[in-house]
Design a protein around this ligand. Structure first.
Ligand SMILES: Cc1cc2nc3c(=O)[nH]c(=O)nc-3n(C[C@H](O)[C@H](O)[C@H](O)COP(=O)(O)OP(=O)(O)OC[C@H]3O[C@@H](n4cnc5c(N)ncnc54)[C@H](O)[C@@H]3O)c2cc1C
Length: 371
């Protein structure tokens, strides 16, 4: 285990909000949120390769997809959009406390009526003399209700726009409604906006630029959300190998049965291929090259690999993997969520095909443009 994160409090069932927040603050105190961000806002000014290595180390130590999801929602949902689209005043106000983990952030796109089909969102903003009035509902939002600030996407004059919304804003309510039974080391919840009045300084980026902003945020998220989970897959594999060497069946250790050893070989291949994709995304980011295709491929491959390896780990370990306090069965549940968050596997396939000039055009692909 990498000693850097060895003292991060482990995930315990049932999770509670105090522990969830304290673990996030513990990894923030170790500088996890400062990678690939400029020094003038408190970042390390280092590269995405370092970010990948650090997230992977944390995953291996904490073995908790929930904590990794929490970190990724904060980094790609709030930190990077503010860095990329915020004006100087917004960057000065938000980046230092978000980098330090004093504030927890995230982003709210999904609604009860629509997930994959982002353009179908119905939450809206109207202009008034003081700024904007927001109405609508967001669902399945990572870090709600603990988050201090969210980047919330709603339609303004028919086009998606982004707003900085605080949990203390009048007319805004964060709750655990619709909380998900997966990734329990994090929280998911709902945001109700009922005549939520915001001044003009809360608009993030240009009015109407929300579709491109979502695409950019999701590109980064898809590229790196499995960096920590690759660390978890490495731990999963080491446990499967250990078990296959210790437990005996038919007079030999389990690993001598080809049905078991081939599963282990497949797990190793999936892990290494996931790592290769993650490193490729880091390389593209560090070279300033486009990430759209590679991040969709990475998310698709890694999500499917994590689910299959989680199933294989349970099968290799037998009923012991399903004991109540075993992490292995929880990982299967978390891996199911991994095929949905940051855009489902089907949406990644749509996107890859659309980028190749074929497939079901753009709707559900996350790409801006006509359906
Ligand atoms: C753990 C977790 C954390 C999440 N965190 C956040 C968050 O922080 N912020 C946020 O905004 N959202 C978040 N989400 C929501 C997530 O983005 C959505 O679950 C996702 O976009 C899919 O939407 P949906 O669940 O409504 O499924 P739907 O869009 O209703 O899709 C249902 C099924 O149909 C398929 N499908 C839909 N459209 C197409 C199509 N065009 N072509 C082919 N197949 C299609 C999907 O792949 C899926 O299998 C989170 C979800 C999970 C599970």
């Amino acid at each position: 285990m990498n000693p850097e994160f060895a003292d991060v409090p482990p995930y315990v069932k049932p999770s509670n909000e105090t522990l969830i927040l304290s673990r996030f603050q513990a990894v923030a105190a170790k500088g996890l949120l400062r990678h690939a961000l400029p020094e003038r806002f408190g970042g390390y000014g280092d590269d995405f390769a370092n970010l990948y290595r650090s997230h992977r180390s944390l995953g291996e130590a904490c073995r908790d997809p929930g904590l990794m999801l929490m970190v990724n929602a904060h980094v790609w949902g709030a930190l990077f959009p503010i860095l990329l689209y915020g004006d100087e005043r917004q960057r000065q106000q938000f980046l230092p406390p978000l980098l330090a983990g004093q504030w927890l952030g995230g982003h709210a796109i999904t609604e009860p009526c629509c997930g994959s089909d982002v353009q179908a969102m119905t939450s809206c903003a109207e202009r008034n003399d003081e700024g904007f009035v927001l109405n609508g509902e967001k669902r399945y939002i990572t870090n709600v209700p603990l988050a201090d600030w969210l980047v919330v996407y709603v339609k303004l004059e028919g086009k998606i726009s982004a707003f900085l919304v605080s949990r203390d804003d009048a007319g805004c309510k964060f709750s655990r409604a619709g909380a998900l039974d997966a990734c329990q080391g994090s929280v998911t919840g709902s945001v109700m906006l009922e005549d939520c009045r915001l001044d003009g300084a809360r608009l993030l980026g240009k009015a109407g630029a929300g579709t491109q902003m979502i695409q950019k945020a999701l590109e980064y998220e898809r590229a790196f959300v499995f960096a920590g989970i690759a660390g978890i897959m490495a731990w999963q594999l080491s446990e499967a190998v250990r078990h296959s060497r210790e437990r005996r069946s038919g007079g030999v250790h389990l690993g001598r049965h080809q049905a078991i050893s081939h599963r282990i070989a497949d797990m190793k291949l999936r892990l290494d291929t996931t790592d290769l994709w993650l490193r490729e995304c880091a390389r593209l980011c560090d070279a300033g090259q486009r990430l759209t295709l590679a991040s969709a491929q990475t998310k698709l491959y890694a999500a499917e690999a994590f689910l299959q390896s989680s199933l294989d780990a349970v099968q290799i370990m037998g009923a012991a993997a399903l004991e109540q306090d075993s992490a292995m069965a929880d990982l299967v549940q978390d891996a199911l969520a991994g095929r949905l968050f940051s855009g489902s596997s089907e949406v990644q396939k749509n996107l890859i095909a659309a980028l190749l000039g074929t497939g079901e055009a753009y709707r559900g692909s996350g790409l801006p443009g006509k359906p």
